[in-house]
Design a protein around this ligand. Structure first.
Ligand code: SF4
Length: 425
């Protein structure tokens, strides 16, 4: 496809690699959006009261719904290795599944305490699978803060499912990554209107709808943090369609075009399908970009969405990126976005938070995108900040959400301008 590539993109920019103290949520956070998506799944966190509090306070949603996550609490005696945590876990799972026949997929989610006592959840999942198959499939993955940043929880969850997907020889398109249902429907409608199909989605709503995978499967990712899932699918013989991520009008068009090219969709059909939503996206972005144009942005590493979002803000909203930090840089995934991001910003991977705070103070950007832990102190120092976690909880993919995506960045700038005005009056 013809994309308006900058003469010099960021793919060859030397990456500033930092390994120091990090300020990010752990991978348990992903349960908050995954449990909404996978309607017959239950996430059982094997962890401490701290983990339970994180989920309850961050999710706070279980008043009207039947809960679909819980915590098997490891008490102090377990942590001291005095109790047989495995026997207790089996009992908890047995009770849960007897009470809740609607559960068809059970995820044992590891945490810091289960890491510390080296509880082998892979073996536990195997054992429990034998007991509860075929009605329930038991998986395990780690959401521990020792090992994962907050979006890696989804990656670990999906990667755990891939080896168990049934084989197929069909040439299916697989869309990988959790999106809100309304956004997923928009994506599938656009692709179907181009005559592309059959299309499968991971994660699926229910165990019975899980995709099959094989050497003829081609897959596209909608989230840039799915490195392990990408590797697991490649191991199953599937082929990745590399593309910029579907954020903003340009990203959405490029992502759809990459898939359309793979399936031989004629250009005029492609253009006619995207024309109206694309025009709506351009108009909605223009309305927000007025406040963003000419402003500078600094990304702390947090969600792994940083590189595609920097590309969107620079190219479609007229911002200047000073530093684009990401917890991990997977070139196979974000390479096409790096190609589009004009050379200039520092690209950093990992974090040494004190050094990065020094850099943000020296650069004094108009907008800083960071985690909750850094946002409050930076606001107190006079910086306008955007919480990275909101970008994961808000529908931001594809054309109809492109204006809202730009709005997430313009709002803190508007708020700061209002506060400044009030202070001056
Ligand atoms: S997994 Fe670790 S970081 Fe996450 S809530 Fe539990 S104790 Fe805290």
């Amino acid at each position: 496809m013809s994309l308006d590539l900058p003469s010099d993109g960021c793919r060859s920019t030397p990456v500033l690699k930092e390994r120091g103290q990090r300020e990010v949520f752990c991978g348990l956070t992903g349960i908050i959006w995954l449990h909404r998506k996978m309607q017959d799944a239950f996430f059982l966190v094997v962890g401490s009261r701290t983990c339970a509090h994180l989920l309850q306070s961050a999710a706070g949603v279980m008043i009207f719904a039947e809960p679909r996550f819980g915590t098997a609490i490891l008490e102090e005696k377990d942590l001291a290795g005095l109790a047989d945590a495995n026997a207790e876990l089996d009992r908890e799972v047995g009770r849960l599944l007897a009470r809740r026949p609607d559960i068809r997929q059970l995820f044992l989610v590891g945490s810091c305490p289960s890491e510390v006592i080296k509880l082998d959840l892979a073996r536990a999942a195997e054992r429990l699978n034998q007991q509860h198959a075929p009605h329930v499939r038991v998986y395990n993955y780690s959401g521990s803060g020792i090992e994962t940043t907050f979006t890696q929880g989804e990656d670990a969850c999906l990667a755990a499912m891939v080896p168990t997907l049934a084989p197929t020889a069909a040439r299916d398109l697989l869309i990988v990554g959790a999106m809100p249902d309304v956004v997923e429907d928009q994506c599938l409608a656009l692709l179907s209107a181009m005559g592309i199909g059959p299309i499968r989605v991971l994660p699926a709503h229910r165990a019975g709808e899980l995709p099959h995978v094989g050497e003829n499967t081609v897959f596209a990712l909608v989230q840039p943090f799915l490195g392990d899932t990408h590797a697991a699918l490649i191991r199953r013989g599937a082929r990745h369609i590399p593309a910029p991520f579907p954020f903003g009008e340009e990203g959405s068009t490029a992502w759809l075009r990459a898939i359309a090219d793979e399936f031989g969709v004629p250009r005029d059909l492609f253009e006619s399908v995207i024309a109206a939503p694309r025009a709506r996206a351009q108009k909605a972005i223009a309305a927000q970009a007025a406040e963003l144009r000419g402003k500078s942005v600094f990304f702390f590493p947090d969600s792994q969405l940083e590189i595609p979002l920097a590309r969107f803000l620079v190219r479609e909203c007229g911002m200047t990126a000073i530093e684009v930090g990401t917890p991990y840089l997977h070139e196979g995934l974000v390479g096409p976005d790096l190609d589009l991001l004009p050379k200039g910003p520092v690209i950093s991977e990992g974090q040494d938070v004190e050094k990065q705070l020094d850099r943000v103070r020296a650069a004094s950007p108009d907008l800083t995108v960071c985690g909750l832990g850094l946002a409050n102190p930076l606001e107190a120092e006079g910086f306008a900040t955007k919480w990275a976690i909101e970008l994961v909880f808000t529908p931001v993919h594809f054309y109809e959400q492109a204006g809202d995506l730009a709005g997430l960045f313009s709002r803190p700038l508007r708020r700061k301008a209002i506060l400044r005005k009030e202070a001056a009056e």
